[in-house]
Design a protein around this ligand. Structure first.
Ligand code: MG
Length: 182
């Protein structure tokens, strides 16, 4: 039995779920801009948007996003079993699985992505703070970390691409893929 889900369906679900949960691509890109502008004063928001789209193409991130949002949604509707229902819906500070899931998904973008994630987890810029201070009955226990993960991965990718550009390595050059984390 071939029950494999096509990659384009997974990608479509990621964009749909992010939109449903109130997360805009440009809002994530603004965080990327804030993280990277100090290292590249010529950075544009359009380049940050492009980088967010690029990391959303990666299965590791797609799967983390889908599973995290699913758990948030189930908790929001009271559909998890105890004690995890209470832990996720109350965004228990020592839970940690939300950060671990998001952090694990950015490893492919190197140490800049990892350290940026840690920074964003503490600082909670832009929409991350909005999600963290959840309004009403919304549960964003996983989503705030996932957004930090997407922004961190997109930041790491830009940093490596910038170095490639400075060194005159075209993205299509042999070996460029592993360096630029395309
Ligand atoms: Mg969280």
């Amino acid at each position: 039995m071939d029950s494999r889900v096509h990659s384009k369906d997974v990608k479509h679900a990621v964009y749909q779920k992010l939109q449903e949960r109130g997360v805009g691509i440009e809002e994530i890109a603004r965080i990327v801009m804030e993280m990277q502008i100090a290292y590249n004063p010529l950075l544009t928001l359009a380049a940050c948007v492009e980088s967010v789209h690029a990391v959303l193409n990666k299965r590791e991130l797609q799967h983390a996003i889908l599973i995290g949002i699913e758990l948030d949604s189930l908790a929001e509707r009271g559909l998890l079993s105890e004690p995890i229902q209470s832990i996720v819906s109350s965004d228990e500070g020592l839970f940690g699985c939300d950060e671990t899931l998001a952090l694990g998904s950015v490893f492919g973008y190197g140490s800049i992505a990892v350290t940026t994630f840690g920074y964003l987890d503490k600082r909670k810029s832009g929409i991350i703070r909005k999600l963290d201070t959840k309004a009403g009955s919304h549960v964003h226990t996983f989503l705030d970390d996932l957004v930090a993960g997407i922004a961190a991965a997109a930041s790491g990718r830009l940093a490596h691409q910038q170095r490639d550009r400075e060194e005159g390595t075209p993205a299509s050059a042999p070996g460029a893929d592993s360096a630029s984390m395309e």
